[in-house]
Design a protein around this ligand. Structure first.
Ligand SMILES: [Fe+2]
Length: 464
């Protein structure tokens, strides 16, 4: 995995001052470590043989680095180049592994800026050097493996592969951590992709031992033959990534449809999605559930598509029938998206996001922990965003007022633990308030009540 400050959309991302400092330290430290390293353990080759293997593995590294696989978000790409570095660990020793990793500076990806090239080169060199040192320290034999080297070589190699992955992930994490406020990569994105990245990295690192072992039979062709499964895997990963992006596009299209119908809630789905994700991370939900609750937050009001526009935009109190129609929107939402298989637990969040802890909510009047956790979390984020948004009948409330309203409703409307989790998350993460609301010409005279606003609930017409 490498650092890149540019998404596929072509957006240049600024690097924070702290990240600049971090990148400089990594580059200088790697240069000092490699230059000042004591005489290295070397495999039993002539200088010429060592050089040929080095050039072959550097070429393999560059090919793998160029043919990276985009992950679902398009902001992250994954490269199997670690298989070349790990082959160098066995075939060339510490200095060779560092030089293969350093090839990243010459990456054929033209959009990379100089500081990205330097950081990637330093990082991969350090990964290779550390992995090879561990391999040698655990008595792994340097050189082309032969039958009698097995199984003894497996454990030193496995330790080297784990070292490579760990050093790589820690250094990358440092960059994203220092640059997180500048949209380099969303925190949830990295966390939800981490298990996949770790397993992939370890799997492709293991290919390094295959390359090293095949060298005995095929020489430099060992590197070429391994490219075949690498590219098949890349094709498969790309299909998976395309599918994930299609899911995300479907979600966005549904949200757009809701926001077109209910003008005043534009951007609401996205913010509730982020708020729900903040609560999920705060209470330690797994990465998969965090991703699912963010989908649920995005789609929680999709059922408005099944409610008449006249009712959604009605001025003043509602008739009982109109109120009943609004109360149906969670069920309608479930009907709309229930066939989307990957939503799973998110469906419960959509269905029950208007339940209340005291049992006075809708559609089913569930109470306490009868209400699914997703729905309890979405209810908090939903109310907070509604209160901090401008409506035609009132100005947006400040964050502090909205927080005290949430606390006021804790234990009756909201789950108190999730309210506190959200407030704690607000102190740690930035909350983007919606822009002040304008209104389109055709809605200029409409006064719309927000069914999510706990401070101005919808009123039903009093019958005589
Ligand atoms: Fe709703």
């Amino acid at each position: 995995m490498s650092a890149s400050g540019r998404s596929d959309g072509g957006v240049r991302v600024e690097v924070s001052r702290a990240a600049w400092l971090y990148i400089s330290v990594v580059v200088l430290a790697t240069t000092a470590v490699v230059a000042g390293a004591p005489p290295q353990a070397m495999p039993p080759y002539t200088h010429h043989e060592w050089l040929v293997i080095l050039l072959c593995l550097q070429a393999l590294f560059l090919i793998c680095d160029t043919a990276r696989t985009p992950l679902a978000t398009r902001q992250m790409k994954w490269s199997p180049s670690s298989s070349a570095t790990l082959a160098a660990v066995v075939l060339l020793g510490p200095m060779g592994a560092a030089l293969v990793g350093a090839t990243s500076v010459l990456s054929l990806r033209r959009h990379l800026r100089m500081h990205e090239r330097l950081f990637n080169g330093a990082m991969h060199a350090l990964c290779g050097l550390a992995a090879a040192e561990v391999f040698v320290a655990l008595h792994g034999r340097l050189g082309i493996p032969v039958v009698k080297d097995f199984p003894n070589i497996i454990w030193p190699f496995a330790a080297a592969a784990v070292t490579h992955v760990l050093v790589n992930q820690v250094l990358i994490w440092g960059v994203y951590r220092l640059n997180r406020g500048r949209r380099m990569l969303r925190r949830g994105t990295l966390e939800s992709s981490l298990p996949l990245l770790l397993v992939s990295d370890l799997g492709y690192a293991a290919l390094g031992l295959v390359i090293a072992s095949l060298w005995h039979v095929m020489g430099p062709f060992a590197a070429a033959i391994v490219l075949v499964p690498l590219f098949v895997a890349r094709w498969t990963m790309r299909q998976f990534a395309e599918q994930q992006r299609a899911y995300a596009a479907t979600m966005n299209a549904l949200c757009q449809a809701v926001e077109t119908k209910d003008y005043y809630t534009r951007g609401h789905g996205d913010r509730v999605s982020r708020g729900s994700g903040m609560i999920a991370r705060q209470i330690g939900m797994s990465a998969n559930r965090t991703e699912a609750i963010m989908f649920a937050g995005m789609l929680h009001d999709v059922g408005k598509l099944g409610v008449s526009t006249q009712v959604l935009q009605k001025t003043g109190p509602l008739t009982e029938d109109e109120f009943a129609a609004i109360q149906l929107h969670p069920k309608r939402g479930l009907d709309i998206v229930k066939e989307i298989g990957f939503l799973n637990e998110a469906l419960a969040g959509i269905m029950h996001h208007h339940e209340r802890i005291d049992g006075r909510g809708y559609p089913m009047g569930l109470a306490g922990h009868e209400i699914p956790e997703f729905a309890r979390a979405i209810a908090v984020a939903d109310a907070f965003d509604s209160m901090t948004s401008t409506r035609s009948y009132r100005q947006a409330k400040s964050k502090s007022v909205a927080v005290s309203e949430l606390r006021k409703g804790a234990g009756t409307q909201f789950d108190p633990l999730l309210v506190e989790a959200f407030i704690a998350a607000l102190e740690q993460e930035r909350w983007h308030l919606p822009p002040p609301a304008g209104q389109p010409a055709d809605l200029a005279t409409v006064t719309v009540k927000d069914h999510d606003d706990p401070t101005t609930p919808l009123r039903v017409v009093e019958m005589p």
